[in-house]
Design a protein around this ligand. Structure first.
Ligand SMILES: [Zn+2]
Length: 445
C-alpha cells in the first residue's frame, strides 16, 4: 500500500514556496532559563532573596529555578495528559504532580536532564555570541533551532544520529520527526502552553507549591521550602509562556478539537502562533499597564524589553508568594500575579483600532464556531469566515508563507495525516518518503 502511495506521491508532488525555517514552536529554552534565573528566592525573613540558588529535587537532581522553568512542560511531563485538560481541580492537581514527578522523582531524569541542559547552555552561548556580532535573536534561533530539536529528541528517546552511522546532518534534519522522543511528543499536545490553558496549568501548580510552603513553615523545614520553590518553578514555565504573543490568543485546543484531522489543526495553530510572535501584540493587564510584546525567539529583542520586565515582575511576585506562605502560614489573598499577567480577553480583541493584527483563527463563543481570517496573507484583514477547511487552509498557508520547519516529517509522523498528505501531494521530498517507507517496514516486521 505504502509503496503504491509513494509512486502516486512522486507523480503528484506539488512544489511549494521554498521552505522557510519558520522559527520556534515554543519559547526558546535559553529564554525560559534567563527569566527564571533572574528570580530571587528568599529563605529567611531577615535575609533578602538571592538568584540562582540550587534546589535539590527528591531524585537527587540539583537545579536552579531557571533550569526547572526551562525543563518543565517542554521536556518533562506526560504527553498524553495535559494538565489543563483534567476535568476537576483534583484531576488537574494529579496531572500536575505527575508532570512534575517526571523531572523531580523519576530516576531517569538524573542522567537525562543534564544532557538537555548542556544543549540549552550551548543555545545561550550561541545567542550571546550571535547578538554580540549584531545578529537578531530570532535569526540566531533560525540558524540553530533544528539542530537543537534533533539533539533533544534523541536525548528523550527519539531518533539518534549514532544509530545511522554516516548520516548527513541535512538528512537527519529531515527525518528526525519520524521517530519521536518525549520532547516531540510533548510538543504535539502542548495545550498547557497556550492562553487560558496555560493559566490553568500555572494556577494548579502554584497552589500545590503554596500548600507545601505552608506545611514547610510549620516546622521551619528549609528543605521542604526549597522543594516548594522547585514545584513553583515548574508551574512558572506555563506562567511565562503566557507572555509570548504566539501563545496568548492562538486557539490551539479549539483547532485541535474542531479541525479534522486534528494534526492539521495543530499545524494551523503553529502558523498563527508564528505570525503573532513575529508581529507582536499590544497587550494590557489589570493594573492598567499597556505594552507591546513579542513572542518566542524575540525574548531578547530590544523591542521586547517592557514585556521582559513585566514577566520578571510577575515571576518574582509568584516566588514571593511562596515565601510569604512559608513565613505567615497563609495562602496569599491579594492575587498580584493575576493582576499583572496579560489580559487574555483584551488580547483577543477583534477591533482594528487596537492596532493588533487580525487573528488568523478565533473561537467565536456566540456562534460556537472556529473562524478563519478571510485573507490569510494579509494580517490586517479584519474579516473572518466560517467556511473553510483544514487541509485547504494548510495548503494555502504553505503556498503563501512557506513550509513550517519539519512540516513534511510532522505530517508523516501522525497516523491521521500520513496517507492523506501523501495523496494530496504535500510530501514532495522523495528522500524523506523513502525513509518513511523503510521505517514503516521495520516497524511492522
Ligand atoms: Zn512552553
Amino acid at each position: 500500500m505504502i509503496k503504491h502511495l509513494l509512486f502516486i506521491a512522486a507523480m503528484m508532488a506539488a512544489s511549494f514556496a521554498t521552505a522557510r525555517n519558520l522559527p520556534l514552536p515554543q519559547f526558546g529554552s535559553a529564554e525560559h532559563k534567563s527569566a527564571g534565573d533572574d528570580i530571587k528566592l528568599q529563605f529567611a525573613s531577615d535575609i533578602s532573596g538571592t538568584e540562582k540558588i540550587k534546589l535539590a529535587l527528591p531524585n537527587g537532581l540539583i537545579l536552579t529555578y531557571g533550569e526547572i522553568v526551562t525543563l518543565a512542560g517542554d521536556f518533562y511531563g506526560d504527553p498524553e495528559k495535559p494538565i489543563s485538560l483534567g476535568k476537576t481541580e483534583q484531576d488537574r492537581r494529579q496531572r500536575f504532580w505527575r508532570a512534575y514527578s517526571t523531572l523531580a522523582i523519576d530516576p531517569g531524569a538524573v542522567t537525562e536532564a543534564p544532557k538537555i541542559l548542556a544543549v540549552v547552555q550551548d543555545e545561550e552561548l550561541q545567542l550571546q555570541d550571535g547578538m554580540k556580532k549584531g545578529e537578531s535573536p530570532d535569526a540566531v534561533y533560525d540558524r540553530i533551532a533544528t539542530e537543537n530539536d534533533v539533539a533533544w529528541n534523541c536525548i528523550t528517546g527519539g531518533l539518534c544520529a549514532e544509530d545511522y552511522p554516516g548520516i548527513s546532518k541535512e538528512l537527519l534534519h529531515k527525518i528526525y520527526y519520524l521517530k519521536q522522543g518525549r520532547y516531540l511528543k510533548l510538543e504535539d499536545k502542548n495545550f498547557d502552553h497556550f492562553g487560558q490553558e496555560a493559566w490553568l496549568a500555572y494556577s494548579v501548580g502554584h497552589k500545590i507549591a503554596v500548600d507545601m510552603a505552608i506545611s514547610a513553615g510549620r516546622t521551619l523545614d528549609k528543605k521542604k521550602l526549597a522543594e516548594s520553590y522547585a514545584v513553583n518553578a515548574f508551574a512558572n514555565h506555563y506562567l511565562s509562556d503566557g507572555f509570548s504573543t504566539g501563545h496568548l490568543r492562538t486557539p490551539h485546543l479549539s483547532l485541535y478539537n474542531h479541525v479534522s484531522p486534528a494534526t492539521v489543526g495543530s499545524l494551523l495553530a503553529s502558523y498563527m502562533h508564528y505570525e503573532d510572535n513575529e508581529y507582536g501584540l499590544t497587550i494590557s493587564n489589570r493594573y492598567g499597564e499597556t505594552w507591546k510584546a513579542y513572542g518566542d525567539a524575540y525574548y531578547f529583542d530590544p523591542r521586547n524589553k517592557k514585556n521582559r520586565d513585566i514577566l520578571l515582575k510577575v515571576m518574582q511576585a509568584s516566588a514571593d508568594e511562596i515565601f510569604a506562605a512559608y513565613n505567615y502560614g497563609l495562602a496569599p489573598t491579594d492575587d498580584k500575579v493575576a493582576a499583572l499577567v496579560p489580559d487574555l480577553k483584551k488580547a483577543n480583541t477583534l477591533d482594528p483600532s487596537h492596532n493588533n493584527i487580525a487573528p488568523l483563527f478565533y473561537w467565536d463563543e456566540k456562534k460556537q464556531a472556529l473562524l478563519r481570517r478571510v485573507d490569510i496573507s494579509n494580517p490586517y484583514d479584519y474579516e473572518w469566515t466560517e467556511n473553510w477547511t483544514g487541509w485547504g487552509t494548510l495548503t494555502e498557508l504553505m503556498n503563501a508563507k512557506g513550509s513550517l520547519r519539519s512540516l513534511q516529517g510532522e505530517l508523516l509522523s501522525h497516523p491521521d495525516t500520513q496517507i492523506p498528505a501523501i495523496l494530496a501531494g504535500l510530501i514532495n521530498d522523495s528522500e524523506l518518503l523513502r525513509w518513511f517507507q523503510s521505517f514503516q517496514t521495520t516497524d511492522h516486521a
